[in-house]
Design a protein around this ligand. Structure first.
Ligand SMILES: C[S@@+](CC[C@H](N)C(=O)[O-])C[C@H]1O[C@@H](n2cnc3c(N)ncnc32)[C@H](O)[C@@H]1O
Length: 254
C-alpha cells in the first residue's frame, strides 16, 4: 500500500494546526542542519528537506531565472530566498552563483532556522533573516525565490502581497502544487518515518487565485513542471486527483 501523504480536508488553518504537528518542530531543523553540514563540508552535493544527495543536479529553471535576473542587475545579483532553509538552493548552486556575480543571497526563515543559519552557515554572500523587511533593506532586489514554501504558511497571500510590494524585478516559484477552481484547499501532510516523520498543515492553493495575486504587477514569462531526481514530474495524489508540482517565473511590469 502506498503512503497516504495528504489526509483530511479542513476549513481553517487553526483547525488543521490543532490536529497536526508543525513545520516548527525541532526534529525537522535537526535533519536539515545535519544534511546542510554535509553539503557545506563537501560530503554531499546538495540537500533538500533534510535529505543529502551525492550527485550534483543543478535546477535548470532556477539557473535560467537567476541568469535573466543577473543580466539586468548591473553586475551584482541580489536574491531573497523566502523559506530557503539553511541555504539549500544557495549551496546547491554556489559555483554558478559566483559566475553570475551574486553578491547577496538572503534567506528569510523561521526564527530557529535563522539562529542556526547565522551560527554556522553564513558567509560573505549568504545571510539569514527573520523577516522580509530586514532582508530587503538596501539596494533593490533582483529576484525573490519561493520554493516549496507558500503552501506551508498560515496566510500565503499576505506574504505574497508583502513580497510583491517590494517589487523585485523577478519572482521565481518552484515545487508549488495548485488546484483547478477558485477555492484554496487545506489538508494535513504526513511525512513517512524514513523521511523524518511528522505532520503539518498544507495548502493546495487555487491556481486562478495564485495567478491573480501577481497579475497587475507581474507578467508570467515561464511555467514548467517541477522535475526532481527521477526526472519525472513531481506529482501528488490529493483530494481524489493528481496534482503536479509546478514552477513559475514572473517579471515585474505588465
Ligand atoms: C519544504 S521546505 C523548502 C525548503 C527550500 N526552499 C527548498 O525548496 O528545498 C519549507 C521551508 O519553509 C520554511 N518555513 C515554514 N514556515 C515559514 C515561515 N513562516 N517563514 C519562513 N519560512 C518558513 C521551513 O522552515 C522550510 O525550510
Amino acid at each position: 500500500v502506498s503512503w497516504e501523504w495528504f489526509r483530511g480536508e479542513f476549513e481553517t488553518w487553526d483547525e488543521a494546526a490543532r490536529l497536526s504537528g508543525s513545520y516548527a518542530a525541532e526534529a525537522i531543523l535537526e535533519r536539515v542542519v545535519a544534511a546542510s553540514r554535509d553539503v557545506r563540508d563537501g560530503r554531499a552535493a546538495y540537500e533538500r528537506d533534510g535529505c543529502a544527495f551525492s550527485v550534483a543536479r543543478p535546477n535548470a529553471p532556477l539557473l535560467t531565472a537567476l541568469a535573466r535576473a543577473a543580466s539586468g542587475s548591473g553586475g551584482g545579483l541580489r536574491v531573497l530566498d523566502f523559506g530557503g532553509a539553511l541555504g539549500s538552493l544557495y549551496w546547491q548552486h554556489r559555483a554558478s552563483l559566483e559566475a553570475l556575480h551574486c553578491v547577496a543571497w538572503r534567506v528569510v526563515e523561521q526564527e530557529h532556522y535563522v539562529v542556526a543559519g547565522r551560527h554556522e552557515f553564513e558567509d560573505d554572500v549568504l545571510s539569514f533573516w527573520p523577516d522580509i523587511a530586514g532582508a530587503s533593506r538596501g539596494k533593490d532586489l533582483d529576484i525573490a525565490v519561493l520554493s516549496s514554501v507558500l503552501q506551508y504558511l498560515p496566510a500565503p497571500y499576505t506574504t505574497l502581497e508583502e513580497l510583491v510590494g517590494l517589487a523585485p524585478h523577478w519572482m521565481f516559484f518552484d515545487r508549488l502544487a495548485l488546484v483547478v477552481g477558485g477555492r484554496d484547499r487545506l489538508t494535513i501532510e504526513h511525512v513517512p518515518a524514513e523521511l523524518g516523520g511528522g505532520s503539518y498543515p498544507v495548502w493546495f492553493l487555487s491556481e486562478a487565485r495564485f495567478l491573480d495575486a501577481l497579475s497587475g504587477r507581474y507578467r508570467l514569462v515561464d511555467r514548467f513542471l517541477t522535475r526532481l531526481e527521477g526526472e519525472t514530474p513531481e506529482c501528488w495524489e490529493v483530494f481524489g486527483t493528481n496534482v503536479p508540482n509546478q514552477g513559475f517565473l514572473f517579471r515585474l511590469g505588465e
